[in-house]
Design a protein around this ligand. Sequence first.
Ligand code: GUN
Length: 295
Amino acid sequence: MPAQIISGIETAKSIREELAIEIADLKTRHGLVPGLVTILVGEDPASQSYVAAKNKTAHALGIHSEQVTLPAETSEAELLAIVGEYNANSAIHGILVQLPLPRHIDEAKVLFAIAPQKDVDGFHPVNVGKMMLGQQCYLPCTPHGILELLQRSGVETSGAEVVVVGRSNIVGKPIANLMLQKRAGGNATVTVCHTRTKDMDFHTRRADILIVAAGVPKMIKGNQVKPGAVVIDVGVNRIGQAENGKAVLAGDVDFQDVVDKVSAITPVPGGVGPMTITMLMKNTVQAARQAAGMI
Ligand code: GUN
């Protein structure tokens, strides 16, 4: 049977439709407009395009969005001061500082400075701690998007062997944690592989659900996956430029090599990417509701 192509575009579209209705309702019935600020430091092209997409989506859904673009030389103190201003700005419910930051800025310090109730990325240690404990919090957007994709595609996670490749704070560590939690969409047996893993293939070939977030283009080949597995490809690697100037993207999974072996797979682009942005919107709406005392 041909593999099911898990479309992040379609899933994101239906969640966005739900959100647009919710946002319109908040506005008309409660006079509440969710507000998001994105803060970008420097000129990394990938970060620029992510931030532009986040603001475009926010705008399309009726979220008030502000974009702060700062030069790469911005000092840590200047950035912390801007975060402080938005912490105190009642029209803004969500603050997103795009990562990575230039090297001279301490990322941990900046993330810690964001008010936890406005941390729609779910990167503040308070939210990370709550997530670990299974408490109500903002879930980080990419892992949250993966959970939604799996759930809405009818993939059974309970008792499944989940193998995560990559141990970043943004994807690998949180998705591993979420998948082992004792609740619907979790209850998996989780293994995390990384650059020091001795025999990666041994692990990936055992995976019922393989989640790859390593940042290495096309690293996972057909002989590294179990027949019938579900593969979630989180990689967004720029491997060239098309004639029209657009970046050519590749995932961390060699799609062509893997697609005939698996039962379901996310494409790149059009898989996890659109879900990340959608979950950011969802968290922003949640932040606005919380600020208004509605949750
Ligand atoms: N850089 C790559 N992914 C993300 C993300 O989800 N949030 C932020 N703030 N930066 C990122």
